[in-house]
Design a protein around this ligand. Structure first.
Ligand SMILES: *[C@@H]1O[C@H](CO)[C@@H](O)[C@H](O)[C@H]1NC(C)=O
Ligand SMILES: *[C@@H]1O[C@H](CO)[C@@H](O)[C@H](O)[C@H]1NC(C)=O
Length: 563
């Protein structure tokens, strides 16, 4: 009796959920019958999935009334289905308009954000505004909205605007009208676009050549606050903006507001050339270290070239008078004119290389790695990274094996937390082979971290095909795993070796703390992840990693091996 009541209770609970649990049999008809579906591909053991569950449930309930359905698929049971949709990590969220029109979900994993994102998805990408009231209401429907004003017979502007809207529909609301009275009331000459915003001057008008690129550019520039705030939600956007970012570090909101006000004329002058943002030095002070500023003297100012990943710290820091319009204005003018040298962080060049492994620092990188006519195998490591520590004795052994070939190959390492090197690295350790004569196209090492596989890699991929193995010797301890500076927001699919759990978690956390990690793209949207791919933003995600490492439960911690 009791059992059956309990079972009934469970059944009732299951039915009460607005999240539809789908299998390979029900999935096809479900996405065919529902115009707009958000599907979560998950694994029961994945911590980020567990964190998402209540948010997802809440979003499902509030979207049910709008006929937007939320579904979930347990990939440990529906492996084929998950494979069909290219699921590589958990959770993966995808937006379905029928089975064939599939888009990644690009918003944060919070109920409110899911509701807002999916609501935008359900609207036509351009809302037709047919009255003054509709326009007024639309103007304040979001932080930023764009309204196109065109002549009724101006097909070309209409098409251009719609194309931009289709592309940017996840980011902005788009409306349009061909009512000449509305254009007149807004004081614009058709064709025109007005971007309404809840900050700065309230609106910006575009009346130039109506090309897709120009319109998209306008949307990007005009929607960026003149002096915004760098934080978890905005960081990825700044990194993807394509122009340098100037940071104003200050500890209190009052100081930030006051400095923003002071520097407004400078920001205005550089609008479209350099973005300006304040950043909370209390919460994200360690990021100053990434920018080669002193990490405990506020206020401070630095520019980051987000394209080349170069940093330009302003060397006077610690006093409001250092950040005057005159001083910063000149610094920025010089920067824009290309007169400021980027700051390069480097350890001292070792006086002699006495270990088996050659030590590379920023200052000898060019000489040892690039200008050398040898093959160079270079490991990028972080002192806090547990996988790097595990690799160290193997790497020494490897270097020893190639000692007699020192005229052809250098086995080297660089502490990437203390040296600015130009390479894109995704996590620690990263190993790359810089082949003689092809130093601009290093080969990434993707094998297992064993001496044997590394030896084979050098034999197969190196320019000299040196074989240091004599068929036996090399050991084969496997040491899989890459530590990213931050915890990725997904657990990789298909693996569940919990072995390195504890060490992974703790070194990621300590790494986050020590690598100056700071502003996090926590709950990072997929957009954030794809929009940016340098090292810096990975570093940025580490502060959140610390938090997550502290609050997450243990079972999935070992899964954070790849981004
Ligand atoms: C743009 O074109 C579409 C399709 O022809 C039409 O429905 C819409 O009303 C036009 N928009 C405006 C603002 O005229
Ligand atoms: C491999 O064998 C060759 C020739 O027998 C020898 O000279 C070399 O030292 C050996 N290498 C290793 C790594 O044992």
């Amino acid at each position: 009796m009791r059992t059956s009541i309990a079972v009934l209770g469970l059944a009732a609970l299951a039915v009460a959920s607005d999240v539809h649990d789908l299998t390979k049999d029900s999935f096809g008809s479900f996405v065919a019958e529902n115009d707009l579906v958000l599907a979560e591909f998950f694994a029961p053991w994945c911590g980020h999935c567990k964190a998402l569950a209540p948010e997802y449930e809440e979003a499902a309930t509030s979207l049910a009334s709008k006929s937007i359905r939320l579904a979930k698929i347990d990939c440990t049971e529906q492996q084929d289905l998950c494979q069909d949709y290219g699921v590589e990590g958990y959770p993966t969220l995808k937006v379905f308009r029928g089975a064939d029109n599939v888009q990644p979900y690009a918003g944060p994993r919070k109920a409110q954000a899911i509701v807002s994102y999916m609501t935008k998805q359900s609207l036509p990408s351009v809302s037709l505004l047919q009255s003054g009231e509709a326009l007024e209401e639309f103007k304040t429907a979001d932080k930023v909205v764009l309204v196109g004003f065109f002549g009724a017979d101006d097909k070309s502007s209409n098409i251009t605007f719609s194309e931009v809207a289709d592309e940017l529909r996840d980011t902005f609301l788009f409306g349009a009208t061909s009512d000449p009275a509305l254009a007149k009331a807004e004081g614009v000459k058709v064709p025109a676009i007005v971007l309404y915003k809840t900050f700065d001057e309230g609106k910006s008008t575009f009346e130039e050549g109506f090309t897709k690129d120009a319109v998209a550019e306008f949307a990007k520039t005009a929607s960026t606050p003149l002096i915004g705030e760098v934080g978890p939600e905005t960081y990825a956007g700044y990194m993807a903006a394509g122009i340098p970012l100037a940071y104003i570090f200050a500890e209190t909101p009052e100081e930030r507001a006051s400095l923003a006000k002071t520097l407004k004329p400078v920001a205005e002058k550089q609008r479209g050339k350099v973005n300006f943002a304040t950043i909370d030095a209390k919460a994200f002070g360690q990021h100053a270290g990434n920018l080669n500023l002193e990490a405990d003297k506020w206020p401070a100012f630095a520019i980051q070239d987000t394209q080349k990943n170069q940093k330009f710290p302003y060397t006077s820091q610690g006093s409001v008078s250092d950040l005057s319009v005159k001083k910063i204005g000149k610094f920025i003018d010089d920067f824009v004119a290309g007169k400021v040298e980027p700051s390069v962080k480097s350890e001292a060049v070792p006086e002699k290389q006495d270990g088996p492994v050659t030590v590379v620092v920023a200052k000898n990188y060019q000489e040892v790695v690039i200008d050398s006519d040898k093959d160079v195998l270079l490991e990028f490591y972080a002192p806090w990274c547990g996988h790097c520590k595990a690799l160290a004795p193997k790497y020494d052994e490897l270097a020893g094996m190639f000692k007699s070939h020192a005229d052809k190959i250098t086995i080297a390492k660089v502490d990437a937390t203390l040296n600015d090197v130009p390479d894109e690295i995704q996590g620690f350790p990263t190993i790359k082979l810089y082949k003689a004569g092809a130093k601009d196209a290093p080969v990434d090492y993707t094998g297992s971290r064993t001496v044997e596989d590394l030896v084979n890699f050098i034999r197969d991929s190196g320019s000299f095909h040196i074989d240091a193995s004599n068929g036996s010797g090399a050991e084969t301890h496997s040491m899989e795993g890459v530590e990213t500076e931050g915890m990725p927001q997904q657990a990789p699919a298909a693996t569940k070796g919990a072995s390195s759990a504890a060490s992974g978690a703790s070194s990621a956390a300590s790494g986050a703390a020590s690598s100056g990690a700071s502003v996090v793209a926590s709950g990072a949207s997929d957009a954030a992840e794809t929009a940016t791919k340098g090292v810096k933003e990975k570093v940025m995600s580490a502060a959140g990693a610390v938090k997550e490492a502290l609050i997450d439960d243990d079972d999935e911690m070992g899964e954070h091996d790849e981004l």
